[in-house]
Design a protein around this ligand. Structure first.
Ligand code: NAD
Ligand code: ZN
Length: 392
């Protein structure tokens, strides 16, 4: 089968790899119809993780079941399914509590938790930017879709990661109807956090980034854009809230946050921006990725950050009595409800999509998305068919 394989920093090639096959009676094999490139893939693409050369990328996957293992009971051949990026067993101490983001048994390192497809430090699993994907514990991990699966595939595929992840940021931040919420980052995840806050009935949502095309998308769905190359988000928000700040905030950028002017990386930028922008006792949800070590970041950020140490304004955070939630999103906690919002016509997360391409076009797509080129907000790949003409 064909797959998009990581070959080293900034090199992805599409080549033949062995077909995905059933390895355990609970596995299913999914023919991938729809798979996205994620901001998380870019950390790997840039060589800023321990991701191994020769591995297939892709953790935002949807497709049609073509084979089921002998112990699979619910999922059937022919079903359209969307797969949470987390791979989980369903029976460990963490999964029992709904914490599939930190499943204990799918992660082979005893001291670690959490597994994902085609992802650094999250188990040996291949990614889904390929014609076929092996899904462990298919009955537990696959979310089945209705008859509109193909028609709405660019909406449903967002259930694999960014829609639930953006929603999770708003859950950790405790966004409620009427709240005033600030989101740092207008990438796909920031746009989904913005969208989720608005779906929850937030009174006012600001979205901060320096990319005008992404800010335009935020504005289109009803947010107030803040261009960080012109304005300081904390000042804008305080000015609008009697000096108090937003009720809560979401971090959707991660450790490669950078200065809008000189592009110098500074992993503390957005965290400090949030501590400043959010009011006393407000909550902050951090879904942007931060790493325990970032050797590749020594040059960009300094020795401290290379060791995963991020200098944040903890004194101010403590003084303000704020709380911060962090980590990978437990996709399964939200994907069913969000699916039904899509099915009911109440949510349309595909507004983030800028490009639908064939798998062969993955190398070019990585290049443009990594450069955050104007107009490349979210790329959807179709491994078993052709892209439908590039730009939407
Ligand atoms: P992306 O890289 O496309 O978007 C990041 C955005 O942040 C860009 O638009 C960039 O211009 C902006 N940005 C950079 N520095 C900034 C700053 N100082 N202030 C404001 N904005 C700034 O990535 P994405 O797909 O939107 O993902 C965002 C983050 O979320 C990544 O770190 C990704 O790995 C992470 N992620 C986490 C989870 C999870 O489960 N926790 C899931 C998916 C993605
Ligand atoms: Zn992702």
């Amino acid at each position: 089968m064909k797959a998009a394989v990581y070959e080293g920093p900034r090199t992805v090639t599409v080549k033949d790899v062995p077909d995905a096959k059933i390895e355990h009676p609970c596995d299913i094999i999914v023919k991938i119809t729809t798979t996205n490139i994620c901001g998380s893939d870019l950390h790997m693409y840039e060589g800023r993780t321990s991701f191994e050369s020769g591995r297939t990328l892709g953790h935002e996957n949807m497709g049609q079941v073509v084979e089921v293992g002998s112990a699979v009971r619910k999922v059937q051949v022919g079903d359209y399914v969307v797969l949470p990026f987390n791979i989980a067993c369903g029976f460990c101490k963490q999964c029992e509590q709904g914490l599939t983001n930190y499943c204990l048994t799918m992660q082979p390192e005893p001291a670690l938790a959490g597994a994902a497809y085609g992802f650094a430090d999250m188990g040996p699993y291949q990614g889904g930017q390929a014609e076929l994907l092996r899904v462990p514990y298919g009955d537990f991990n696959a979310l089945r879709l209705g008859e509109d699966a193909v028609e709405r595939q660019t909406d449903y595929v967002m259930l694999a990661d960014i829609f639930p992840t953006g929603y999770h940021a708003t859950e950790m931040a405790h966004v409620k109807p009427g709240d005033q919420t600030i989101v740092f980052g207008a990438g796909p995840v920031g746009l989904m956090a913005t969208y989720s806050a608005l779906l929850k009935g937030a009174g006012r949502v600001w979205t901060a980034d320096h990319q005008p095309d992404r800010l335009r998308k935020a504005e289109e769905i009803g947010a107030i854009p803040i261009n960080t190359s012109e304005q300081n988000p904390a000042e804008v928000v305080k000015e609008a809230t009697l000096g108090l700040g937003a009720d809560n905030g979401c971090e959707c950028v991660g450790y490669q946050a950078h200065d809008p002017q000189d592009h110098h990386e500074d992993a503390s930028l957005t965290l400090n921006g949030l501590i400043d922008s959010v009011r006393f006792t407000g909550d902050i949800g951090v879904v942007g990725v931060f790493l325990p070590e970032d050797p590749g970041g020594a040059e960009a950020q300094g020795e401290l950050e290379a060791q995963g140490k991020v200098p944040i304004d903890f004194g101010m955070m403590w003084f303000k009595g704020q709380r911060m939630g962090t980590g990978q999103a437990p996709v399964k906690k939200y994907n069913r409800a969000l699916r039904d919002l899509i099915a009911g016509g109440k949510a349309k997360p595909s507004f983030v999509v800028s490009h639908e391409l064939s798998l062969d076009e993955a190398p070019t797509a990585y290049e443009h998305f990594d450069a955050r080129d104007e107009g490349w907000t979210k790329v959807v790949l179709h491994p078993n068919g052709h892209g439908n003409g590039h730009k939407r």
